[in-house]
Design a protein around this ligand. Structure first.
Ligand SMILES: Nc1ncnc2c1ncn2[C@@H]1O[C@H](COP(=O)(O)OP(=O)(O)OP(=O)(O)O)[C@@H](O)[C@H]1O
Length: 234
């Protein structure tokens, strides 16, 4: 990651405490523009909490997340949350809610459906799509407003290899178009295909922030070594 690239987000002295447990404890974390930032770490490390803190879905007990408030952000969850509308209707709804004029909306919806390879399914009820199709729709819907930051929480966790590749292609396209991708993944293969940097989280703390290939070949922390070797962490 280019250390001179502009900052998109900065965590300062963040602590998230619940029932006297320090679930997240991050003195400082800077996320910069450019290639994806991939958050890895064992189950329960605090990855989803970190993503939610960054996106502002939850407030920290202490500290602050600095970002440009004018910047459009979007998030896609592990299980897509789709509206009881048609496939096209799901995208149109988001655009309409942001007062995008009808003439512009039609073209934008079609372009996004094409990107997701969902043109033939445009009129189908979104909730009848397959898991992979639903996730493609959720992803292009999140891109509808051209967000500067896109948070993805294990978007391919329940998908087969071909659906996973389709989602990765969309992620790459979004990244190339200038959207900063911040994504939780457990899959080292996916991390190496997408590239960028890894933020390795363990027990709510950032133990490493480094390039994907360095992390996968030479993890510095014992916790990351165990994690990559498939060992149990305590
Ligand atoms: N509201 C809450 N109150 C108490 N504990 C919580 C709360 N929310 C999350 N936790 C705990 O915080 C820890 C981190 O949760 P989180 O969902 O961020 O983990 P994760 O790294 O995303 O794990 P996974 O890989 O399993 O999805 C977990 O032990 C979880 O039980």
């Amino acid at each position: 990651m280019d250390p001179k690239a502009p900052t998109v987000l900065e965590l300062c002295d963040i602590r998230l405490i619940r029932d006297e447990q320090h679930l997240v404890n991050i003195p400082n974390l800077t996320i910069r523009q450019g290639a994806p930032t991939l958050i890895m770490g064992p189950n329960g490390a605090g990855k989803s909490l970190l993503l939610r803190l960054m996106h502002g879905l939850i407030s920290p007990t202490q500290g602050r997340v600095d970002f440009d408030t004018d910047v459009q952000q979007a998030m896609v969850f592990q299980r897509p949350v789709l509206l009881r509308r048609s496939v096209a209707g799901n995208i149109d709804f988001v655009l309409k809610a942001h007062r995008i004029p009808r003439a512009v909306r039609k073209d934008r919806v079609n372009a996004l459906l094409r990107m997701a390879d969902l043109i033939p399914k445009a009129r189908q009820s979104a909730r009848t799509l397959s898991g992979g199709e639903q996730q493609r729709l959720a992803l292009v819907r999140a891109l509808a407003l051209k967000p500067k930051i896109l948070f993805l929480d294990e978007p391919t966790a329940s998908l087969d290899p071909s659906a996973t590749h389709a989602i990765e292609a969309l992620i790459r396209q979004a990244n190339d178009a200038g959207t900063k991708i911040i994504m939780v993944t457990h899959d080292p293969g996916q991390a190496s295909r997408l590239g960028g940097e890894i933020v390795f989280l363990h027990k709510g703390q950032v133990l490493e922030q480094t390039g994907v290939s360095d992390f996968l070949t030479e993890p510095k922390s014992t916790a990351a070594k165990h994690y990559l070797a498939g060992g149990l962490l305590f």
